[in-house]
Design a protein. Structure first.
Length: 276
């Protein structure tokens, strides 16, 4: 009320927006616990447990022989980490503050900052988890694990593409949620659960027959996981996937999600959820 608004330059506005995104990303990471270290650790713990669970499951069931030639944990991580990054980003964006959220009552806040903050906070947690697991594995078990990864830059690019595609799909869900809250919530949950199989993280895509390939190649996460294994293992050449498909589909979904979110923001009202 008594604050005087001063005009900013374009650079000043850009820096101000980055500051808002940073503070909201920190809030998203720390909201699970009052202690900053415990909040980060609790966010990382699920990813670490997921990797270890798949590692021991493959060991117990004797499925290790079906993996690619190379380090077995790298094979697990190229599937699990991309799946977790994609799914967590989708859930974070779809569950971020909408136009009728109380957070939007604060003048600098808007839905774009909430969406970007949700994506950045998820990427931060996943990259930190990846670094911790690789560091512990490198120090305690296999000192040459980093040398066995054929193209680390390509693997990181596929992680970023999985993150981007998850945010794109989550943005479409976010735009549709105020109009159809229950169906969108069900579809989002079904998609995330179906990706346990449809992502292809538990098998090698080159071994699939054409009759089964059509069940998976619609999924952008299937393409990024298979391509990441091509970058990680020198002896594996993915021929049933294409990272460009995941990129172009994600860009299209971002455009659809932004148009839907803009339309929803102009019409959404807090009274919509009053009867639910």
């Amino acid at each position: 009320m008594f604050q005087v608004s001063r005009p900013r330059s374009r650079l000043g506005s850009f820096i101000y927006i980055l500051e808002l995104i940073y503070h909201n990303s920190v809030r998203a990471v720390r909201k699970t616990h009052g202690n900053a270290f415990m909040a980060i650790f609790m966010n990382m713990l699920q990813t670490i447990i997921f990797v270890l669970a798949f590692y021991f499951m493959f060991q117990i069931l004797g499925m290790r022989s079906a993996a690619l030639r190379g380090d077995f944990l790298v094979y697990i991580m190229t599937g699990v980490f991309l799946f977790m990054t994609h799914t967590k980003t989708l859930g974070a964006v779809a569950g971020s503050e909408g136009p009728a959220s109380p957070m939007m009552q604060h003048a600098p806040m808007n839905t774009a900052i909430a969406i970007v903050s949700a994506m950045i906070s998820t990427l931060y947690i996943q990259i930190l988890s990846l670094m911790v697991i690789l560091f512990v594995y490198d120090v305690a078990f296999n000192p040459e694990v980093m040398q066995e990864i054929h193209d680390p830059i390509g693997c990181m690019a596929m992680i970023l593409l999985s993150w981007f595609s998850g945010g794109a799909i989550g943005l479409v869900f976010l735009a549709a949620k105020p109009w159809f809250p229950t169906p969108v919530s069900i579809i989002s949950t079904v998609y995330q659960r179906a990706n346990m199989i449809a992502s292809g993280k538990m098998f090698v895509a080159n071994t699939l027959p054409s009759s089964m390939l059509v069940m998976f190649d619609w999924n952008p996460l299937f393409h990024t996981i298979d391509q990441s294994r091509g970058y990680a293992f020198v002896d594996y050449n993915p021929r049933n996937s294409d990272w460009e498909y995941a990129l172009y589909l994600s860009i299209i979904l971002v455009m659809i999600g932004l148009m839907g979110e803009f339309y929803t923001r102009k019409h959404a009202s807090a009274s919509w959820s009053a009867r639910r």
